[in-house]
Design a protein around this ligand. Structure first.
Ligand SMILES: [Fe+2]
Ligand SMILES: [Fe+2]
Length: 163
């Protein structure tokens, strides 16, 4: 799609993250299966559900903007998911694999935080307050997921120190 205006950019970025969320939905399922730690599994399970809700929210935004959600491919998240798959396939040690899954998931969350942060700003600039509010809700979920993953990584360090 040709991008001339801020509105075009907003729609293009929305389509990028819409594609990304679908890839993440699949990716998280695999990460949940690959995780050994119960709390980590639970974190992936929760975020899988949230991701479905985030896709629904994006569809609401597209409806408000009267645009179709399809048309972009998110190469960046495709790469991140591929890297996560490689880690899953190549690491045998459970503890090391969990640590790798946390690292891979946080890279994805940081991408999403950047994307939704930009989208909130663009939405506000364009006077699309309802869209900006919906996107802000998702932004908060992504930030909370990132924090939860950081906390899990810290717990692991503490467990090790105590052992
Ligand atoms: Fe997401
Ligand atoms: Fe996420």
């Amino acid at each position: 799609m040709e991008i001339r205006t801020l509105e075009d950019l907003f729609i293009d970025e929305l389509r990028d993250i819409y594609d990304a969320e679908h890839r993440i939905l699949e990716g998280i399922e695999k990460m949940e299966e690959a995780a050994s730690n119960e709390e980590l599994k639970e974190a992936f399970r929760t975020h899988h559900e949230e991701t479905q809700g985030q896709i629904d929210r994006l569809e609401q935004v597209f409806e408000i903007c009267e645009k179709s959600p399809e048309g972009e491919e998110c190469q960046a998240i495709r790469g991140h998911i591929e890297e996560a798959d490689e880690l899953i396939d190549n690491i045998e040690d459970e503890e090391v694999c969990d640590a790798a899954l946390i690292a891979a998931a946080q890279k994805i969350e940081h991408y999403e935080i950047a994307a939704y942060g930009t989208l909130c700003t663009l939405g506000k600039m364009l006077g699309k307050d309802e869209c900006a509010d919906l996107l802000k809700e998702t932004l908060e979920e992504e930030k909370n997921t990132d924090k939860r993953l950081s906390a899990l990584a810290l717990d692991k360090i503490n467990e090790r120190a105590a052992a």
